[in-house]
Write a new protein. Structure first.
Length: 201
């Protein structure tokens, strides 16, 4: 079992219309502080990422923000992080996050959240990293994406070995347990090539 220390959280710069999202952000912060984990996020003080950072700080946890220069004002950079890293652009932001993080978790959010989630999934698929990637399916938020995954798998565009990279749960403690126990086995670029060239039907 690998002990996870630095967790990158991908989530919305909006709060959403249901209070459950903010409450879950606080609960994750509480879990991480209790387990001596450091939170890494996009560095903003607004939305779910702001709620989670505020709760981490209130409980005495450690927070690292990574924010591109052009978003520093738009997302209102958090003023109370233990460390704030300002990057030139979005690509360098993700590069810094991946240099620091031991694992990744996605919460509800918009295009930016999905972009970050799919980037780390793709890089795991290509063996660029072996860190666990988790998705907390709060309030059934990601159910429609799972339907798309079913379609992608059924049509031969997504292999089972690739789909299994993403660890999914609707409970915080069990998601972290899956991530702690994660061991990526049997994944290779050759398998991806074989799956992409395989005739379907």
């Amino acid at each position: 079992m690998t002990k996870l220390k630095n967790i990158a959280i991908f989530c919305g710069s909006s709060r959403g219309r249901n209070d459950i999202y903010g409450e879950v952000a606080r609960q994750i912060a509480k879990y991480m502080v209790e387990h001596d984990m450091t939170m890494i996020n996009g560095g903003g003080s607004i939305g779910l990422m702001g709620i989670m950072a505020d709760e981490m700080i209130r409980l005495g946890g450690k927070c690292i923000g990574v924010i591109p220069l052009h978003l520093k004002e738009l997302e209102v950079a958090h003023q109370n992080m233990d460390e704030m890293i300002v990057t030139h652009d979005m690509a360098s932001r993700m590069k810094v996050i991946m240099e620091i993080a031991d694992a990744y978790i996605a919460l509800p959010g918009g295009f930016g959240t999905l972009d970050e989630l799919f980037e780390v999934l793709t890089l795991s698929q290509l063996n660029v990293h072996n860190s666990p990637v988790g998705l907390l399916n709060v309030n059934g938020f990601f159910d429609s994406i799972f339907n798309l995954f079913d379609k992608m798998t059924g049509e031969g565009f997504l292999g089972d070995y690739s789909r299994d990279i993403l660890l999914v749960d609707d409970k915080i403690d069990s998601l972290f347990e899956k991530m702690q126990n994660y061991k990526k086995e049997g994944f290779s670029v050759q398998k991806i090539i074989d799956q992409k060239t395989e005739k379907v039907g």
